[in-house]
Design a binder for this molecule. Structure first.
Ligand code: ADP
Ligand code: ZN
Length: 530
C-alpha cells in the first residue's frame, strides 16, 4: 500500500471504528481494494471481514455496495455504521414500499457511503438504473460461497451478481468474502462472480483462545448438566441436531434448576427475538438451540459452545463452535459425541428436502458430498490426535505443533485390554443374528427378563446372561468404545450393531482386543452421582 493510502486507511480505522491496528489479513485485503484489484478473502467467522470493505469504503470517494444474504446482519451493520456517523442504508424485503422509495431517492442523490443490498434486489429496474449512474467505488460480496451450487447455502440469486456487475457503466473492483470455502468452491466463486485475477487472502482458522474438547459419554444429559454447572454465570450455547432434542434438553436443564431457553425455527418470531435479546443482554445465560441460532448474532463473551450431538460437517461445527470467545478471552468448544449421531445425521441427509434448483443428478451428487463431509466430521469426533491440528488441516492450513490443551492432547490415552468382555459382546451380536441394536444386545447379555426377551425366546440363546454381573452403563460404554476403535459398527435405518472385519480378524486370530480410552472417560457420570 502506498504510504499515503496506508495512512489514510489507518486513520479511518481509528477514527470511525476505534481500533489501533489491522488484524492479520485485513491489511492485505484493504490494500488490494485500494489498489483497485479484485479480492477473494477466506476468513473464518469473527476474523473481522466487515472492516475489510468498510475501511476502503470510507477511504475512497463514491459509494460501496455490499451484497449480503442475511437481513439481520445487514440491519445490525447499518445500525452500527449510522451510530458511528457513517451514512449507510440497506435494501431488502424488510423495508415497506414507502421506506424503499425514500431510500432509493437518497441513494440517487448520493447521500449514502455504504449501501447493503440483498442479491434479489440487484436486477430490480429502479435499483439497477440508479446504480448505473452512481460512482461505485467497490462491490463487496459477503457470504460469497452462496454462489456455488455445491455450497451448503446455495442462493440462485447470487448467480445474478455477475450480470449486475457487467451491466454497470464502469466496473468497480469486486471483493468476495466467505468463511468457509474449499478449493473447488473457491474456484466457483471466482468464475461465477467473474472475479478478475483476484488477490487471494486466506487468514488463520486458528483461534488460540479456544480450547477444543470431544467427550464420548453414554449419558449426555448428565455430562451436559455437569458442564453447564461448571460454567455457572457464564454465557453459553448448546447446539442440538433437532428441534425435538432442543425441547427435551431445555426441559431437562430447567428441571435441574438451570436457566436455559430453547431456540429453533419452529418457535414464533417474537419469542425467538426475545430469546436472542435476553441472551445478548445477559438476562439468560444458556441457549439450547438448533443451527437456526447464531447467524448474525454478535455476542463477544460467549464462554462455551457445547454440541450436544455431532453436527453434519466440520464446516458447520467450526462455524457454530466458533461463536465462542469472539472477545479473544479463553473459551471452550465441546462436542459430546455418541456413535448414534451418525445415523441421525445421515438420515437427515437422505431425507432432507432437496434444493429445488438442482437436477436429480446434481441432488444425488450433493447428497454424496454431504455424506463425505459427515464421515470427516465423525473422524474428528472419534480421533485421538490433537483436535486443533485436525481442524486446521481440514481447512487447508499447516497446523504446526499440537496445541497441548485440547482434550486429546491432555488425555492419557491408554490401550486397555478388554478381550474377554469384547469377545462376549461379539458373540452376543453374532448369536442373535446381527439384527439388534445396542440396547437389545445388552439386554440379552445381561440376562434381562423383559417382554422383548420373552417374546423372542431369547432366554435359550447361548449368549443369554453371559455378562450378567456388569451394569448396563458399563456395557454401553464398552460398546461405544468398541465402535470408536473400529471393532463394531452401527448401520441401517434401525440402529443395528454388527462386527467389522477388524473384530472378525481378532476372533479368528485369537488376538487381544484393545481400546484406546481416555482415563477421564466417565468423569461426569461419577461426579454427578457422588
Ligand atoms: P466476521 O464478519 O468476519 O464474522 P466481524 O466483521 O463481525 O467478523 O468482526 C468480528 C469482531 O471483531 C467485531 O466485534 C469487530 O468489531 C472486531 N474487529 C474487527 N476488526 C478489528 C480490529 N482490527 N481490531 C480489533 N477488533 C476488530
Ligand atoms: Zn491439541
Amino acid at each position: 500500500m502506498s504510504e499515503q493510502s496506508q495512512t489514510r486507511a489507518l486513520e479511518v480505522l481509528r477514527q470511525y471504528f476505534g481500533y489501533d491496528a489491522f488484524r492479520p489479513g485485513q491489511k492485505q485485503a484493504v490494500e488490494a481494494i485500494l489498489h483497485h484489484q479484485d479480492l477473494l478473502a477466506v476468513m473464518p467467522t469473527g476474523a473481522g471481514k466487515s472492516i475489510c470493505f468498510q475501511v476502503p469504503a470510507l477511504a475512497c470517494p463514491g459509494v460501496t455496495l455490499v451484497i449480503s444474504p442475511l437481513i439481520s446482519l445487514m440491519q445490525d451493520q447499518v445500525r452500527e455504521l449510522v451510530a458511528a456517523g457513517i451514512p449507510a442504508a440497506y435494501f431488502n424485503r424488510s423495508l415497506s414500499a414507502a421506506q424503499y422509495k425514500t431510500a432509493l431517492a437518497r441513494l440517487r442523490q448520493g447521500q449514502y457511503k455504504i449501501v447493503y443490498a440483498a442479491p434479489e434486489r440487484l436486477m430490480a429496474p429502479a435499483f439497477l438504473d440508479i446504480c448505473r449512474e452512481l460512482d461505485i467505488s467497490l462491490i463487496a460480496v459477503d457470504e460469497a460461497h452462496c454462489v456455488s451450487q455445491w455450497g451448503q447455502d446455495f442462493r440462485p440469486s447470487y448467480l445474478k451478481i455477475r450480470e449486475f456487475i457487467e451491466s454497470l457503466s464502469q466496473r468497480p473492483p469486486v471483493a468476495a468474502f466467505t468463511a468457509t470455502a474449499t478449493g473447488p468452491v473457491r474456484q466457483q466463486i471466482i468464475s461465477l462472480l467473474g472475479l478478475q485475477t483476484p488477490v487471494q487472502v486466506v487468514t488463520g482458522f486458528d483461534r488460540p483462545n479456544l480450547t477444543w474438547q470431544v467427550h464420548r459419554e453414554s449419558d449426555r444429559l448428565t455430562a451436559l448438566t455437569y458442564l453447564i454447572r461448571q460454567h455457572r454465570d457464564q454465557s453459553g450455547i448448546v447446539y442440538c441436531a433437532t428441534r425435538k432434542t432442543v425441547e427435551e434438553v431445555a426441559a431437562h436443564l430447567a428441571k435441574r434448576g438451570l436457566s436455559a431457553r430453547p431456540y429453533h425455527a419452529g418457535l414464533g418470531e417474537e419469542q425467538r427475538r426475545q430469546t436472542q435479546e435476553d441472551f445478548i443482554y445477559d438476562r439468560i445465560p444458556v441457549i439450547v438451540a438448533t443451527n437456526a441460532f447464531g447467524m448474525g448474532i454478535n455476542k463477544p463473551d460467549v464462554r462455551y459452545v457445547i454440541h450436544y450431538q455431532m453436527p453434519a460437517s466440520m464446516e458447520a461445527y467450526y462455524q457454530e463452535a466458533g461463536r465462542a470467545g469472539r472477545d479473544g478471552d479463553p473459551a471452550q468448544c465441546i462436542l459430546l459425541y455418541s456413535p448414534q449421531d451418525l445415523r441421525l445425521q445421515s438420515y437427515m441427509i437422505e431425507n432432507g428436502d432437496p434444493n429445488p434448483e438442482l437436477s436429480q443428478e446434481e441432488a444425488q451428487l450433493v447428497k454424496k458430498r454431504d455424506m463425505d463431509r459427515l464421515f470427516q466430521m465423525r473422524s474428528y469426533a472419534q480421533s485421538t490426535s490433537c483436535l486443533r491440528s485436525q481442524i486446521l488441516r481440514y481447512f487447508g492450513e499447516d497446523p504446526g505443533e499440537d496445541c497441548g490443551k485440547c482434550s486429546n492432547c491432555l488425555a492419557d490415552y491408554e490401550d486397555r485390554d478388554v478381550t474377554a468382555m469384547a469377545m462376549a459382546i461379539f458373540a452376543g451380536i453374532v448369536r442373535t443374528g446381527s439384527r439388534f441394536g445396542q440396547k437389545r444386545v445388552i439386554e440379552v447379555l445381561r440376562g434381562a427378563d423383559t417382554e422383548f426377551i420373552r417374546s423372542r425366546n431369547l432366554k435359550t440363546n447361548p449368549a443369554y446372561g453371559k455378562l450378567r454381573e456388569h451394569t448396563a452403563r458399563l456395557l454401553e460404554t464398552l460398546v461405544t468404545q468398541l465402535c470408536e476403535n473400529g471393532y463394531l459398527q452401527v448401520t441401517g435405518d434401525y440402529p443395528i450393531l454388527s462386527l467389522t472385519p477388524k473384530a472378525c480378524r481378532a476372533i479368528s486370530s485369537h488376538s487381544p482386543v484393545t481400546v484406546k480410552t481416555a482415563t477421564s472417560a466417565e468423569r461426569y457420570t461419577v461426579l454427578e452421582e457422588s
